[in-house]
Design a binder for this molecule. Structure first.
Ligand code: NAD
Length: 295
């Protein structure tokens, strides 16, 4: 069993660190927030005095942080304290450029590194059923895989440095756009006097079928487990969807890709977020669409 440093014990990192401890690893964790350190301790994580202290003697160093600047800053801070041969894994969702910078910091110290953002949300983090999209050299991926398997169900090697982040933002751009499309279809159906169930029964088995409709239906009823049945809570916060759509737009600008629908989706989630809905599940955007229709 390995010694693992886990930095960032928030909504996702807390349960992920707990699952590594449950799998028998010695996990040294750290977060800036004292209450999160307390919660992780109760879940079997040993709490270190700081990020640098956490990485001392660690075979693997994992970060789960809000954004690229946090990851680059923490990696810059801890890499000089890492032992020879330590493996660096970042599971945060960040911009591709910062991910590549982090890989470069590791390479300069002759450490293997992987960017491994996740899909599956807090439920997946708790249940160890996350999907990991990994980027990095084959040797780094092979070394990281057993640790990712203790936190997830599906582990995909997407390519070289930053490829995991690239896959994540492309996937979530599809998700953001498709949720708006499904929401618009239900609002139009309402105006046409068509029941939610009738549209669902047709579209879920016809060419309109997609995950936003069949697994995460934005109206209550057809999919009992979807957040729409619980006033759009909990789930994947709209603020996080806006973050991912913004990362996609930044990547589109820097690469010259045309993503007109991705840009429009970003604008729609920006307006939804600005109206105080940042904490609401992203499928709640249907309320915003309905309100537009009523004007
Ligand atoms: P969170 O805000 O709950 O957790 C991030 C934690 O990092 C916070 O507790 C914060 O205190 C800590 N932190 C920040 N700087 C630090 C530092 N220098 N040292 C130590 N700790 C530090 O966020 P989260 O929901 O756990 O998400 C983490 C990452 O995973 C984000 O990049 C997010 O986009 C991504 N993600 C989240 C979800 C989700 O459903 N919540 C799903 C997929 C991906």
């Amino acid at each position: 069993m390995a010694t693992i440093a886990f930095i960032g014990l928030g909504n996702m990192g807390g349960p992920m660190a707990a699952n590594l401890a449950k799998a028998g690893h010695k996990v040294n964790g750290f977060d800036l927030v004292p209450a999160l350190r307390g919660a992780a301790k109760a879940d079997g994580v040993t709490i270190a005095d700081g990020a640098r202290a956490a990485v001392t003697n660690a075979d693997v160093i994992i970060t789960m942080l809000p954004a690229g600047r946090h990851v680059v800053s923490v990696w810059t801070d801890v890499i000089p304290c890492a032992v020879r041969g330590a493996l660096m894994i970042d599971c945060s969702t960040i911009d591709v450029e910062s991910a590549r910078r982090a890989h470069m910091l590791a390479a300069r110290a002759v450490l293997l590194s992987v960017d491994a953002p996740v899909s599956g949300g807090v439920g997946g983090a708790r249940g160890a059923t996350l999907t990991f999209m990994a980027g990095g050299e084959a040797e780094a991926f092979v070394a990281a895989k057993p640790f990712l398997e203790a936190m997830g169900k599906k582990i995909v090697h997407c390519g070289g440095d930053g490829a995991g982040q690239a896959a994540k933002i492309c996937n979530n751009m599809i998700l953001g756009i498709s949720m708006i499309a499904v929401g618009e279809a239900f609002v139009l159906a309402e105006k046409l006097g068509l029941s939610h169930q009738a549209l669902f029964d047709v579209a879920s088995t016809a060419s309109g079928q997609c995950w936003s409709l069949t697994s995460y239906c934005p109206v209550p009823g057809p999919v009992p487990a979807s957040p729409a049945n619980n006033d759009y809570k909990p789930g994947f916060a709209s603020a996080l969807m806006l973050k991912d759509l913004t990362l996609a737009q930044e990547a589109a600008k820097s690469t010259g890709a045309a993503t007109p629908l991705g840009q429009h989706a970003q604008d729609i989630y920006k307006a939804f977020d600005a109206a105080g809905n940042g904490g609401v599940d992203f499928s709640g955007v249907i309320r915003h669409i309905r309100a537009l229709a009523d004007n």
